[in-house]
Design a protein around this ligand. Structure first.
Ligand code: PLP
Length: 637
């Protein structure tokens, strides 16, 4: 476990059990009388078509734990409740979940359900997100907020006003000054009294990767001058009482409570000024930014870690608001936050399989002997070889490597000129490999080929170099004998992971057992990417037409293995992903079926009949784009 820092980033949800597998405690430190769940057992149940109750889902697989979501929500709420009580704060905390972090229907519905006892609401940033938030909140607590952020046109604002008519506690947050005119006009037209918020562009700047939204040059929010103009316009329209919320967001992954308190303090000053100017202020919305410790280092100097826990975060916020409001004798506002990453990151694990690894090939010479090999070289190359040999005899190993490289480069040039044959070139490669292996200079890092698309499932690694903990989910009682990088299925050289938490450029991995192919039988090697529940599913694309993974929802239960799969969804099929790009799989199939009738068995004496050809084609549209085990390939069936 220490090799992969599991205790650092995994606690309290993930650990290693006595069998050397990753175990999951979805309720955190509390076991609630249940046994821990063995993640490998979930993967086997989900993927094995042969075991009893096996679901036969294809990998990659996302395993969702709704109980983790519940625990995250409760932990955040309890942290704020504790800070409110201990700092004698005179209002409460009620959060909203920004659906952009993961819009999956069941994730959002779970959050609304689990958050209902403490008025937890939703944040939307676009029209479809607003539609989904509206419909989900119909089943939630009526006091829960629906915060409408993002760029807004008249349709968006109309929809938000309709939501208020439907008694959903909706707040239209102005992100652009122009939005105020639309809000005033449309609310009059629709006879709705809106609740309005303003997003302030703070001067406090978060300097990490995720801080580009903050500071005076940030993309979003209103400057102080713009806020003042909005106040005047609302006053003139007789609507200043509608302005009730102040919002800001200084960026995701806020590294320290010092920076957090600085931003919250600045916003609290603006809040108090709005009160002074006559707005009926009620809520300070501190945005997102509550960070995740992806590498377990608890450090405020890194983009992938944070130097505080939930309690410290909540206390810093409550204290900062309180100090400012007390000084100005302003009633304490309700504190709202829009934490996304901190709520959903832990709840899902992406499971994928290493299907092969670049094997170490013992260097060989194909020539019957060294003498013959030497004779096949040109005079220059023979001289290089002579230098190499003499350096080896003198024990000058650095020089040896230099001469080996010289020989190799010369032979490559000669091959390009057509002077050297392919066998001789292979022999030169073999000889140079032997030299570097003998001198301990060969690269011990292997490439593990994984049944995954990084562009689809870990897009932030590709896009912004974000690191996530990646760990084998079993065999953790055996010391890994290899180091490897991960290479995905896409035909793209960026489709590889060669940076890992802890500043490592390779990952300790075990030797693959069994056949070096997608054999599917025994000896499979499963890896898990953890803490990727936020943003990765929402941002992932369709590069090479690899779609999303299969998904299972798993709850802790009293069953024999301590869990129950409450939902299983295969990932998008080849037909599904083709459809996204406007292809019509049904028409494509018909075209190919006619072709099979025309050119099929008769034409080529094919052992496959036309019907078999057609059903093989249909199967290909139906299956997921990822690699299947050879044993389940229809040709073998
Ligand atoms: N609110 C707003 C306005 C955001 O832009 C974001 C994300 O950047 C969030 C909330 C969620 O932030 P986080 O995931 O860091 O909690």
């Amino acid at each position: 476990a220490s090799l992969y820092r599991i205790d650092g980033w995994g606690a309290p949800y993930f650990a290693v059990n006595g069998s050397g597998n990753i175990s999951v405690r979805p309720h955190g430190t509390e076991t609630l009388g249940h046994q821990e769940i063995d993640l490998l057992k979930i993967v086997k149940k989900a993927s094995d078509p042969k075991s009893v109750g096996g679901l036969g889902l294809q990998l990659p697989l996302v395993v969702r734990f709704p109980d983790v979501l519940k625990n995250r929500l409760q932990s955040l709420q309890f942290a704020f409740d504790f800070a409110v009580r201990s700092l004698d704060y005179q209002a409460h905390y009620q959060g909203v979940y920004p659906v952009k972090c993961n819009q999956d229907r069941f994730v959002v519905e779970d959050i609304v359900k689990f958050g209902s006892p403490f008025r937890f609401g939703l944040e939307a940033g676009s029209k479809p997100e607003l539609l989904l938030a509206m419909s989900c909140l119909c089943k939630g607590n009526p006091e829960a907020l629906l915060v409408c952020n993002g760029f807004k046109d008249c349709e968006y604002i109309t929809l938000a006003l309709v939501a208020r008519k439907l008694a959903i506690n909706t707040v239209i947050v102005l992100e652009q000054e122009e939005e105020i005119d639309l809000v005033i006009n449309l609310s009059k037209k629709l006879s709705v009294r809106p609740v309005i918020g303003v997003r302030a562009k703070l001067r406090t700047k978060h300097s990490g990767h995720f801080g580009s939204t903050s500071g005076e040059k940030g993309k979003f929010g209103l400057t102080t001058t713009q806020i003042l103009r909005v106040v005047r316009k609302l006053d003139q329209a007789g609507m200043l009482d509608c302005l009730q919320l102040l919002h800001f967001h200084i960026g995701s992954q806020i590294p320290s409570t010092v920076l957090l308190a600085d931003g919250v303090g600045e916003a609290a000053q603006i809040y108090c000024e709005l009160v002074r100017l006559g707005a009926q202020m009620k809520v300070i919305d501190i945005g997102g930014g509550l960070g995740i410790d992806y590498d377990g280092s608890k450090s405020s100097d890194s983009d992938i870690s944070v130097g505080y826990d939930l309690q410290e975060y909540a206390a810093a916020v409550v204290r900062a608001v309180r100090i400012v409001c007390d000084r100005k004798s302003v009633k304490h506002p309700i504190i709202c936050s829009e934490s996304g990453r901190a709520i959903v990151s832990h709840h899902s694990v992406l499971i994928f399989e290493a299907v092969s690894a670049s094997a170490y090939e013992a260097p060989v010479l194909s020539s019957p002997g060294l003498q013959q090999f030497m004779e096949s070289l040109t005079e220059d190359a023979r001289a290089d070889y002579g230098n190499l040999y003499s350096a080896a005899m003198r024990g000058e190993y650095e020089t040896c490597l230099l001469h080996a490289d010289q020989l190799k480069q010369r032979c490559i040039e000669q091959f390009k000129e057509g002077i050297l044959g392919i066998e001789q070139l292979a022999d030169v490669d073999g000889l140079c490999d032997m030299v570097s292996k003998a001198l301990g200079a060969s690269d011990p890092v292997r490439t593990y080929h994984v049944n995954l698309s990084i562009f689809t499932s870990i897009p932030d690694f590709w896009g912004i170099g974000q690191l996530f903990p990646i760990v084998p989910i079993h065999r953790l009682d055996q010391r890994p004998g290899m180091r490897g990088i991960l290479s995905d299925l896409t035909c793209d050289s960026d489709g590889k992971i060669d940076k890992f938490i802890g500043g490592e450029s390779s990952l300790p991995l075990h030797e693959l057992e069994g056949e070096r192919s997608v054999s599917g039988s025994g000896g499979r090697y499963f890896l898990g990417m953890f803490l990727g529940g936020a943003y990765e599913e929402a941002i992932g694309g369709l590069h090479n037409l690899f779609g999303g993974p299969s998904v299972v929802r798993v709850s802790q239960s009293d069953g024999p293995h301590g869990f129950a799969v409450t939902r299983a969804m295969p990932g998008p099929s080849c037909g599904d992903v083709l459809r996204v790009m406007q292809h019509e799989p049904e028409l494509m199939f018909e075209t190919l079926r006619h072709r099979a009738e025309e050119y099929g068995s008769g034409q080529y004496n094919d052992p496959m009949g036309n019907d078999a050809l057609a059903s093989r084609l249909a199967q290909s549209f139906h299956n997921m784009p990822y690699l299947v085990a050879t044993s389940s390939c229809a040709l073998n069936a």
